[in-house]
Design a protein around this ligand. Structure first.
Ligand code: HEC
Length: 446
């Protein structure tokens, strides 16, 4: 990807000017031309708490099924409560999250930069291509996904710590146990640019205007309506042995209620581990006409109610993934690779000669690593399952490198993309990879 040239100049300018917000970090990378758009511009919520918020974990912590179970119905009260937590006050304010009257939310900095950077209407970043028939058998053309993620105050505090010196971020902060403290909640709303008539569950859509590329391959931006298709969440919960995180997702289905609304987000499932023992491939289902639920998975729980959800592809061998996610991956498989610098790809297939499916090399992406341990010990620092933190740091180092590469206080961003503060070999190294079982007794691991 070419991140220099005109783009670098624009970013530098935005960085100095601070854009619409006059905050430390730029708000967005792609401002819609004023002759096409005159509405409000996206502002980054970046007033990160300076003190660790003195808050107890969210109330939905009380709904965690004990023991953990791969029967989704045991999780339904939990996912209902998480959905409420993510949406309360945000739907009413159209996700201008700094105006949320119920609780505070924050955005990740440095997502504005590069070809996939935030657009200026809702702060959406460019994500993946939607493949033909990935969403429904009637979906015959490709599409693309855009998204915005938000962190609660507990997670926002961590961002403030890592980025305390905006010219010299310090990912050592997250490369240790309890970097994102217990009670961190992240929610992410995903929007699709597809031919909506080809996707039955996108009828009665919730739509946003967005300044997006006209196709996935293009870099030419246009204003277009995109449709809410998925909402992800991640919760840091120290009671979860092994990984310390719970990931879950909702899929939009406007076919059931018959009217548009965020309520049409239906839970697909949750996962709290990668099922390291399970290396089969029978339930992988890239072009779904039915949902294939793998009963042997112990660390994903998938909603089996076909009245509320259309057929969906899930992740590799039935692990949790949402409709616009990669069908040979899984939420925690991708997120476990979050580190700075990003040494390994997010999925075994994202490299020149992928290992055989299910092989030992392949299964490296389906282990359970505890919160805060790097995927490449000795070569990188963990950003604790946060790919936005990892991506923001990567963007910052790319920008620095394009600026000439020198950090305040010395060090070269082009040769040391993890920043000048890091002495990687001096860091604590992981000693074991954890197995999560169905009934771990919910003990703390850290
Ligand atoms: C192919 C890899 C991949 C898969 C699979 C994936 N994600 Fe992500 N996710 C990303 C990347 C990359 C980002 C950061 C970029 C962004 O948000 O625009 C991200 C961002 C997020 C965020 C925002 C906070 C953060 O950690 O950066 C949440 C929450 C999230 N994903 C949850 C999920 C859930 C839940 C699933 C499964 C249903 C999932 N993800 C599947 C790659 C993946």
């Amino acid at each position: 990807m070419n991140r220099s040239g005109i783009w670098g100049a624009v970013a530098a300018l935005t960085f100095v000017a601070g854009a619409a917000n006059a905050g430390t970090f730029p708000d967005f990378g792609y401002q819609p031309p004023s002759k096409l758009y005159s509405g409000p511009l996206f502002q980054l919520s970046q007033d990160y708490p300076k003190q660790m918020p003195n808050s107890t974990p969210p109330g939905f912590f009380g709904q965690l099924p004990k023991p953990l179970s791969n029967d989704f119905e045991k999780w339904r009260p939990y996912t209902d409560a998480v959905k409420k937590y993510c949406l309360e006050g945000n739907v009413e304010t159209d996700w201008v999250v700094q105006k949320n009257p119920v609780r505070k939310w924050y955005h990740a900095p440095w997502q504005h930069y590069g070809p996939d950077g935030r657009e200026g209407i809702h702060g959406l970043t460019k994500e993946a291509q939607i493949q033909v028939k990935q969403l429904a058998p009637t979906q015959t053309t490709t599409g693309q996904t855009y998204a915005v993620g938000i962190y609660n105050d507990i997670g926002g505090y961590t961002f403030g710590q890592v980025w305390k010196d905006p010219q010299n971020p310090d990912p050592r902060y997250t490369s240790k146990p309890n970097s994102f403290p217990n009670g961190t909640v992240v929610c992410k709303a995903l929007f699709a640019d597809v031919v909506q008539s080809q996707v039955p569950f996108l009828q009665n859509p919730v739509q946003w205007d967005a300044y997006i590329t006209d196709t996935f391959a293009s870099s030419n931006r246009v204003i277009r309506k995109v449709a809410l298709i998925q909402m992800d969440f991640a919760v840091r919960d120290t009671r979860i042995p092994g990984t310390g995180w719970i990931f879950g997702t909702f899929q939009y289905n406007g076919a059931v209620t018959g009217k548009p609304g965020w309520d049409n987000l239906i839970p697909v499932g949750v996962m709290w581990g990668n099922d390291p023992e399970n290396n089969g491939n029978d339930y992988t289902n890239p072009q779904p006409s039915v949902t294939k639920i793998n009963p042997k998975l112990l660390e994903s729980a998938i909603n089996a109610n076909t009245k509320e959800l259309p057929p969906t592809h899930l992740g590799w061998n039935g692990r949790l993934n949402g409709p616009v996610d990669n069908p040979v991956s899984a939420c925690m498989s991708c997120h476990m690779t979050a580190e700075a610098p990003a040494v390994s790809p997010m999925n075994p297939t994202f490299q020149a000669n992928p290992p055989p499916v299910g092989s030992k090399e392949w299964m490296r992406w389906f282990q359970n690593e505890p919160a805060g341990w790097p995927f490449d010990p000795g070569k990188a620092l963990s950003t604790d399952y946060s790919l936005q933190l990892a991506g923001g740091l990567q963007n910052f180092y790319d920008w620095k490198c394009n600026q000439g590469g020198v950090f305040v206080g010395g060090g070269n961003a082009c040769t040391n993309r993890a920043g000048p503060r890091l002495q990687l070999n001096a860091l604590p190294q992981p000693t074991k990879i954890f197995k999560v079982t169905r009934d771990p007794g919910l003990e703390e691991v850290h």
